[in-house]
Design a protein around this ligand. Structure first.
Ligand code: SF4
Length: 340
């Protein structure tokens, strides 16, 4: 959908911020778009590697339809090469050979499956959704026509053009801000430029009124310094607003970072303090079931309004987007959906 033809049968892909220029017969960085005789084709349209009816809290998303089920789909490949990828089996170039083992699922069939599993929404997750952009775009349109909410769990590297194309049909931009330095994004995720992620995320919220939640997976020695954590927290406060949820999650040794230790609890606590000091009202520590910060407390009256234990969720004190007890605005989104 999003490419321009260049002289000599070359093409320029406009789907993500790599903006690959691709020679005939060759692939883009993600390995999922190929130039065939001067036309750009997506190779993983309708190819599903993973799917599940997940609690929305698993994305993680805490302020959007809490307690609902979200039909979650992933494909193969990625436009990043994160050293710590939790889903490297499906996201790396080596996974391309699994294509023939993917399940073929049309956008229409994915909506029907979501409904059969009594899900209230649909998410493209597990790997970067923009690299099967055409599939997610058509699915999102159908999902909205069928009364389902729609979620991108993304690294934020889509172009503004891609965002503006899918924007009318997407409710949630659950974005990773993985670090806050050129060095981190280059060395850990393999991308030389990353600041447009911030612009595109702000655009998702401002132009398309999407609900935005931010996740930072904190990796010992790589992005656990105060400077990067403060950078992220202050950017969220200044550009997205103090009511934007920030999830700071524990790293576990994985993929190419098996030599690093898991994130200590003190580091997560320090990140929470940094977020609090920056003025953020909702900071959640992920991957620590039973921790008090899994719950949502009203910042104004201090009462718990959503209780969580792992993926068990109980809404106890919400009135729409506000605190039922004191009326403070808590930035919860609950859309009018069709009955499942
Ligand atoms: S989607 Fe793939 S081919 Fe297109 S710009 Fe991004 S990495 Fe390159």
């Amino acid at each position: 959908m999003l490419y321009e033809k260049l002289p000599g049968s070359r093409v320029k892909c406009g789907t993500c911020q790599w903006r690959c220029r691709i020679n005939p017969g060759k692939y883009g960085v993600c390995g999922m778009y190929r130039n065939e005789n001067g036309a750009l084709f997506n190779l993983n349209y309708g190819r599903v590697s993973s799917m599940a009816a997940d609690p929305i809290e698993k994305k993680p998303l805490f302020h959007f339809h809490p307690g609902t089920l979200c039909f979650s789909l992933g494909t193969l490949g990625c436009n990043f090469q994160c050293q710590h990828c939790q889903n490297w089996e499906i996201s790396t170039a080596e996974s391309a050979h699994l294509m023939s083992r993917c399940r073929e699922l049309s956008p229409q069939a994915s909506i029907e499956l979501a409904q059969q599993h009594r899900c209230q929404g649909i998410a493209w997750t597990y790997n970067e959704p923009v690299i099967w952009f055409e599939h997610t775009f058509e699915s999102a349109k159908l999902a909205k026509a069928n009364g389902l909410y729609t979620v991108y769990v993304t690294n934020g590297f889509a172009t503004p053009e891609a965002l503006d194309t899918i924007g009318p049909y997407l409710d949630v931009w659950r974005v990773d801000i993985k670090g806050f330095s050129d060095e981190f994004y280059k060395n850990v995720s393999g991308v030389p430029h990353w600041r447009e992620i911030l612009e595109v995320t702000k655009r998702a919220q401002d132009k398309w009124r999407m609900h935005v939640e931010v996740v930072t997976n904190i990796i010992p020695t790589l992005n656990d310094d105060d400077k990067q954590l403060e950078g992220i927290a202050l950017w969220i406060r200044d550009e997205l607003g103090e009511l934007t949820p920030w999830h700071v999650t524990c790293f576990y040794p994985n993929h190419r970072l098996t030599h690093l230790p898991p994130t200590p609890q003190e580091t997560i606590d320090r990140a929470c303090e940094i977020g609090k000091k920056a003025g953020l009202k909702f900071i959640y520590s992920g991957n620590i079931p039973g921790h008090d910060s899994e719950n949502t407390r009203c910042y104004s009256c201090g009462k718990v309004v959503v209780k969580r234990w792992g993926y068990d969720t109980e809404v106890t004190g919400l009135n729409g987007s506000k605190c039922r007890y004191c009326g403070a605005e808590l930035n919860f989104r609950v859309l009018a959906l069709k009955e499942g």
